[in-house]
Design a protein around this ligand. Structure first.
Ligand SMILES: NC(=O)c1ccc[n+]([C@@H]2O[C@H](COP(=O)([O-])OP(=O)(O)OC[C@H]3O[C@@H](n4cnc5c(N)ncnc54)[C@H](OP(=O)(O)O)[C@@H]3O)[C@@H](O)[C@H]2O)c1
Length: 345
């Protein structure tokens, strides 16, 4: 039997990816794609890749209607709004996956500092499991609320977790430079994200203040290796999909490239979407549109871990990872509906 899923915020880029992935999912039926602005409009008018694929239209059901018609809720809403909109479903104990940052941080103080607002439902935070399947698959299986990681956070987590678990991080500060695609900023064009202002340039933004930092510190700490912080420089790049991250952190003991490759391969041995590459560099084209990620770890001459990761921000960094968690929550294989390669070139 198929699980009935509602996608909230379905006109956005995250919502569109959820529709793309879930409409063809073998064990799921999308019964609602909500929107405040486009109720009654066929989803294919907004997400043109779905023309001829689905007759579904956006809708604006009440909470009671959603509770009666769905088994699972997936939210693709902006932070702040997301915590409010999802709260009634979380309180009722319905399985919920949240793509926003609202339920990722256990510390209310961190939420206030990094998201510059007070959390509207602190009482619900303890119910949340951080949706990183490479670390928390068992907890996600039993969760009713999964806080799916941020896109940059995913790239950083995947770079640091194997070393953290192996006890190879010395506990100092990590340094990250990561380039991201324009779709990471959502469907609405703003001055800093609109095509004419970013298509021909590389622009750092939110330098040392990006809100994904504290969830990575939290996640790496959960893996057993507290780090002191992350000096993170995000850069907006003139591509539509993808994040390429370069991550450095002090090693606790010398490790050569071969030893690190073994550590990373062993950590990701059962991770269906991991590509630990040592014969080439990770890059965005080879994972675009897919839930795969690429990672390459090395050591620098002065004893730092150096890792390059590549993900698709909308898939492994967003909707795909959320579907991976949804699969685990539903007792399915975590690859269900996700197990296909992308295109090349
Ligand atoms: N883009 C990415 O690469 C990415 C990756 C990982 C996680 N995320 C997270 O996923 C969430 C969605 O991101 P996105 O890129 O899809 O954003 P988006 O393109 O801006 O879409 C968000 C959608 O939410 C709806 N919405 C906006 N404000 C709302 C409110 N106050 N109440 C209810 N609905 C509201 C809007 O639809 P209507 O106006 O039609 O109602 C909008 O289309 C964000 O929290 C984001 O941080 C994004």
């Amino acid at each position: 039997m198929s699980a009935r899923v509602a996608i909230l915020g379905a006109t956005g880029y995250g919502g569109g990816e959820l529709l793309r992935l879930l409409i063809r999912h073998p064990n799921v039926r999308v019964v609602a794609a909500t929107s405040r602005s486009a109720a009654g409009t066929p989803v294919s008018r907004v997400h043109r890749n779905l023309e001829g694929v689905t007759d579904l239209a956006f809708s604006a059901p009440s909470d009671a209607e959603l509770m009666a018609s769905c088994d699972v809720i997936v939210g693709a809403l902006p932070h702040g709004a997301s915590a409010e909109v999802l709260a009634p479903f979380v309180r009722r104990g319905m399985p919920v996956v949240d793509l926003s940052g609202d339920y990722r941080l256990r510390s209310l103080e961190d939420y206030r500092t990094w998201y510059r607002r007070d959390h509207p439902h602190p009482e619900l935070i303890p119910r949340a499991v951080y949706g990183c399947p490479e670390l928390f698959a068992e907890a996600i299986r039993g969760a009713s609320l999964v806080a799916s990681p941020g896109c940059f956070a995913t790239a950083m987590n995947l770079a640091l977790l194997p070393a953290a678990r192996a006890g190879l991080l010395a506990g100092g500060r990590a340094t990250v430079v990561a380039m991201t695609a324009s779709s990471g900023s959502g469907a609405e064009a703003r001055a800093g994200t609109h095509h004419p202002t970013r298509a021909e340039t590389l622009r750092p933004y939110k330098v040392l203040s990006h809100q994904h930092v504290p969830e990575v510190v939290q996640c790496v700490g959960d893996a057993g290796a507290p780090i002191a912080g992350i000096d993170f420089t995000p850069i907006s790049a003139p591509i539509v999909r993808g994040i390429l991250a370069v991550v450095q952190a002090p090693l606790s003991a010398p490790a050569d490239d071969e030893a690190l490759a073994t550590v990373y391969s062993e950590f990701y041995a059962d991770a269906p979407f991991a590509r630990v590459v040592s014969h080439r560099e990770p890059e965005c084209q080879s994972i675009a549109g897919t839930n795969y990620f690429e990672v390459r770890a090395r050591s620098t001459a002065d004893g730092n871990l150096h890792v390059v990761t590549a993900i698709d921000n909308l898939v492994k960094g967003g909707a795909g990872q959320a579907v991976q968690s949804l699969n685990l929550m539903l007792g399915l294989d975590q690859s269900a509906g996700l197990d296909w390669p992308g295109t090349w070139p």
